[in-house]
Ligand binder design. Structure first.
Ligand code: AMP
Ligand code: ZN
Length: 456
């Protein structure tokens, strides 16, 4: 592949040419889910965006030369609270939630990451990092907690581009009397009876559990080394989570940077409003899969460039459905072999410009270009499978039914041409009652046309 790849880096605030430290092992870490409940469609966004990047990196460097680590946060206070609320063990809750999560990300076509480490499997590595941070003066023990001393690291704030004063003013930091500085954050805390607990680091006698930030530093270090190529997540994670991950890693591993590129996806809202349970517009991936197929959800999400905010609407889902229909019809049931289109690749390689890449797919479909299938595959869309599904569906419609439906459609078009709109609407209602989905359009001569399928 001779197109260059550029990615926007949050730390340097610019699009940068991507050159992996080791092209034989391109390394990416993405913060994964905290497993206490179903993932919502906002959570789906980073998993989809970085799945597309994973596919692009595999195409560029070879599938066996890319390591994608996406962790599972299975120790966190929200998990304890939810398990207690439901009267089940923490393990029962996290196992069930992980199974649901896998089913959801599979349904929207995400490849499994190379490694999916769990925080509970890396406690020893976290303890070792914490011990070394205390030994080097970057962390201190207070009241059975271990805290990271942000003042000990000159570049703290370099990712979020904020000074300590600005961070303090902007963040809702937990005020605790034992903190030397208001911004110092927890690496380890003591556990009360009933809370998950492990032997503590730094000579603390009571058992405890890790803070969220150290989990990612330890898991990334274990599976990718002290520095790696790409670190990703939603923009809400840039501060404080990623800033703190970076601080821990820089201080404990004596490196200048944790990741060469820090990438953050924009937020998703629903029908113009912030998604929240109290607004009544909270949508899990499960809920969304009732409204459209996994492929439709996937494309609907990718119609916006990943750094922009998304407004999730029914209309967007319908647009994605229509596009997929056109592309699947263009490809027929042909194979998926061959190369992706150069202009498509150039768009995708320009900081994942998926809207431009999608526009190019529509051009390829119009031209009947055989690179349509392999190009769509890089977005995780299998057009040959879609086309086969559509034709199986069409074959299931009997010839008698086809004749009846087509006669009714002709009647409706005639009524519309003659401006007998009440008649046209009556015929349309009859078709809808039979489960027919109508797709109105215009042909090259500007005449009204109607395509149809049977609702699934
Ligand atoms: P969490 O399980 O809350 O830590 O979130 C998992 C991932 O989803 C993180 O990368 C978050 O930044 C991301 N995320 C959460 N809410 C949204 C949203 N509404 N839009 C886009 N990304 C989100
Ligand atoms: Zn993380």
């Amino acid at each position: 592949m001779n197109t260059t790849l550029t990615l926007y880096d949050t730390r340097s605030r610019q699009k940068r040419l991507f050159t992996p430290a080791d092209p034989d092992n391109v390394r990416m870490y993405v913060c994964g889910p905290t497993v206490y409940d179903f993932a919502h469609i906002g959570n789906a966004r980073p998993f989809l965006v970085f799945d597309v990047l994973f596919r692009l990196l595999r195409a560029r460097y070879g599938a066996e030369h890319v390591t994608y680590v996406r962790n599972i946060t299975d120790v966190e206070d929200k998990i304890n609270a939810r398990a207690a609320e439901r009267g089940i063990s923490i393990e029962a809750l996290t196992e069930a939630t992980i199974a649901d999560f896998h089913a959801d990300v599979d349904a929207i076509g995400c490849l499994r990451p190379t490694v999916e480490p769990r925080a509970t499997g890396h406690i020893a590595q976290m303890r070792a990092m914490i011990d070394s941070l205390v030994a080097s003066g970057h962390a201190y023990v207070a009241d059975d907690h271990v805290l990271f001393a942000v003042g000990s690291l000159a570049t703290y704030g370099a990712l979020a581009h904020r000074s300590l004063d600005e961070m303090l003013a902007g963040a809702r930091v937990e005020v605790a009397p034992y903190k030397r500085d208001g911004m110092d954050f927890v690496l380890w805390k003591p556990s009360r009876a009933g809370e998950p607990a492990w032997p503590s680091p730094a000579g603390i006698a009571v058992p405890g559990r890790p803070g969220w930030h150290i989990e990612c530093s330890a898991m990334a270090r274990t599976h990718l080394g002290d520095t790696f190529d790409i670190h990703g997540g939603g923009i809400d994670l840039a501060f404080p989570h990623h800033e703190n991950e970076r601080a821990q890693t820089l201080a404990a591993c004596h490196v200048d940077e944790m990741a060469n590129v820090w990438m953050h996806n924009g937020f998703l809202q629903v029908e113009g409003r912030k998604m929240s349970k109290s607004e009544g517009n909270f949508l899990t991936i499960r809920d969304a899969l009732q409204m459209g197929t996994g492929t439709e959800l996937r494309l609907a999400m990718l119609m916006t460039q990943y750094r922009q905010p998304i407004d999730w609407t029914q209309k967007r889902l319908a647009e994605a459905r229509a596009l997929l229909g056109h592309w699947a019809d263009a490809i027929g049931e042909g194979g998926q072999g061959g190369e992706a289109d150069a202009a498509f690749l150039a768009a995708l390689s320009d900081d994942l410009n998926t809207p431009l890449a999608i526009a190019r797919l529509s051009e390829l479909a119009k031209e009947g270009d055989p690179s349509l299938g392999p190009s769509a595959a890089l977005l995780g869309i299998d057009l040959a499978a879609l086309a086969a599904e559509r034709s199986a569906h069409t074959e299931a419609v009997t010839d008698d039914m086809r004749e009846e439906v087509e006669a009714l459609i002709a009647e409706r078009l005639a009524a519309r041409k003659e401006r007998r709109f009440a008649d046209a609407d009556r015929v349309r209602d009859e078709l809808v009652a039979r489960g027919v989905v109508l797709m109105d359009g215009k042909n090259a001569d500007g005449e009204l046309t109607t395509d149809w399928t049977i609702a699934k």
